[in-house]
Structure formats: C-alpha cells, structure tokens
Design a protein around this ligand. Structure first.
Ligand SMILES: Nc1ncnc2c1ncn2[C@@H]1O[C@H](COP(=O)(O)OP(=O)(O)OP(=O)(O)O)[C@@H](O)[C@H]1O
Ligand SMILES: Nc1ccn([C@H]2C[C@H](O)[C@@H](COP(=O)(O)O)O2)c(=O)n1
Length: 217
C-alpha cells in the first residue's frame, strides 16, 4: 500500500487505485461455494483451462488484476518494480472482494491471484540462480493474513519445449531465439520454483502438457 500511496503526486493513477481500495470493505469473507485459483507461467494454459472449468462448473470467472483497474495496468507496468508489484498486490485485495460476492452464489475460478504476485516479485528481486531463492518455509512464501484465501490453487506446468511451442503458436512478434530464451530463462525457473514453495494454501501441481483433445478423455 505504501509504495502506491507515496507516489500519488507523481502518478495520478495511483490515487484512483487507492480510492478504489479505500472504498473496499476490509476482510471480506468467502461464500459457501468453492474458490479455485489457476496459476502458472505465461502460456501454460491458464486462460484455456479457466474458460473450460468455468463452463463445466457453471462458475464465475475472475482474474487478477481485476477489470476495475486494468485500464491503469500499462502505466504501472512501466514503473519501477516495487511500484509495479504494489499495484498487483492491491489488485489482489480488489479481486478478493469480487470473490467474496461471487462465491455466495456459485463456484468461482480465478486466473492468477496472490501466488503470481509473490512468485514474480521473488524471482525479480533474487538475482542469479534458482539456488539463491529464500529457503523453503521462508515468510515470503506465506499467504497474507488479511487476504481472502481460496479453497484450492492449481499450478499448471509444462516443459520448456512445450511452452516454446505454445508461445510461438500464439504468433506474437518474437523471433524463435527470443521465445526460447524466454521459456528457458532463469527467471522462469525462479518463478516456477517460488510457486512450488508457496504455503497455506500450497499450489497443487498439474501437468498441463496433454493436448486439449487428450485432456477431454
Ligand atoms: N493443452 C494444450 N495443448 C496445446 N496447446 C494449448 C493447450 N492449452 C493451451 N494451448 C495453447 O497455448 C497458448 C497459451 O494458452 P493460454 O493463453 O491458455 O495460456 P495462459 O497461461 O493463459 O497464458 P498467459 O498467462 O500468457 O495469458 C494458446 O495459444 C493456447 O491455444
Ligand atoms: N495477480 C497478479 C497477476 C499478474 N501479475 C504479473 C506477473 C507477470 O509479470 C504478469 C503476468 O500477467 P499476464 O501476462 O498473465 O496477464 O503480471 C502479478 O504480479 N500478480
């Protein structure tokens, strides 16, 4: 909260985000329906899986950061890391409110939530190899006490080779080499390892390599 709060004079959008957060009831409670979060690196299949689970469970699909602040995402993505991360962290508290409301009436599926903010922050802050990450059970892997907890968190994983295929299949303007570097980078390894160290709730790892056809059976 403080990073975004301190920069309201320099970033007008920060005031708009904080105004929204101020209006939020504190500590919203989950309803009786299950809340399932899908996490994972880019192109592991989160959008595909969340859409399909939404349809099969007749669930409400939410994402973090939520639509109410997505117009300011680009602004914060261009800011220094600590400000950018504060934006995503606040976004999770806004999604918590949406989860609380929706889970009274139906199952809820969430595309990214706190674990993404934490895992990407840790991987950004820790330089060098995966072994430099804080040890297991460190406080950085713990869920914030004041944030609504989901019932289940699934971590989608695919091999670096399959992720390259999926990144390329999306046809983004990247060379093969750039895509390969991205998929194999130390950064991705650190993000994924951080996800795996998250606790209370922990991430249940799901091998998301099977093709969509195979997944149907
Ligand atoms: N099981 C699968 N087999 C093959 N291709 C898949 C599978 N699931 C998804 N894809 C394809 O891989 C690409 C990435 O999938 P998707 O957009 O669902 O990933 P994502 O995790 O939501 O990515 P991002 O976080 O970047 O939004 C898409 O082109 C999608 O069609
Ligand atoms: N709750 C969230 C959601 C996203 N992020 C960050 C992590 C990545 O830098 C990026 C990925 O988003 P996507 O491309 O899947 O829309 O956004 C986060 O920190 N916390």
């Amino acid at each position: 909260m403080s990073s975004v709060g301190l920069c309201t004079s320099l970033i007008p959008e920060a005031k708009a985000v904080l105004d929204l957060v101020d209006k939020c009831p504190k500590h919203p409670k989950k309803g009786d329906f299950p809340v399932i979060v899908i996490e994972g690196l880019d192109a592991t299949g989160k959008t595909t899986v969340t859409q399909s689970v939404k349809e099969s469970l007749n669930a409400v699909l939410l994402r973090s950061p939520p639509a109410c602040i997505s117009e300011w995402r680009k602004t914060f993505d261009d800011k220094p890391n600590h400000i950018r991360r504060a934006f995503y962290a606040l976004g999770n508290y806004l999604v918590a409110l949406e989860i609380a409301k929706a889970s009274i009436k139906s199952p809820v599926i969430v595309d990214r939530y706190w674990h993404s903010t934490a895992a990407y922050s840790i991987a950004t802050e820790i330089s060098g190899k995966k072994q430099n990450l804080p040890p297991e059970h460190h406080e950085v892997y713990q869920w914030p006490e004041d944030l609504l907890k989901p019932d289940l968190v699934f971590l989608l994983t695919v091999s670096p080779e399959e992720r390259i295929r999926r990144l390329q299949g999306r046809g983004l303007e990247k060379t093969k080499e750039e895509t390969e570097l991205e998929a194999n980078s130390l950064f991705c390894q650190k993000v994924e390892e951080s996800y795996k160290r998250m606790e209370n709730p922990e991430c249940q790892e799901v091998d998301a390599s099977p093709s969509r056809e195979e997944e149907m059976h």
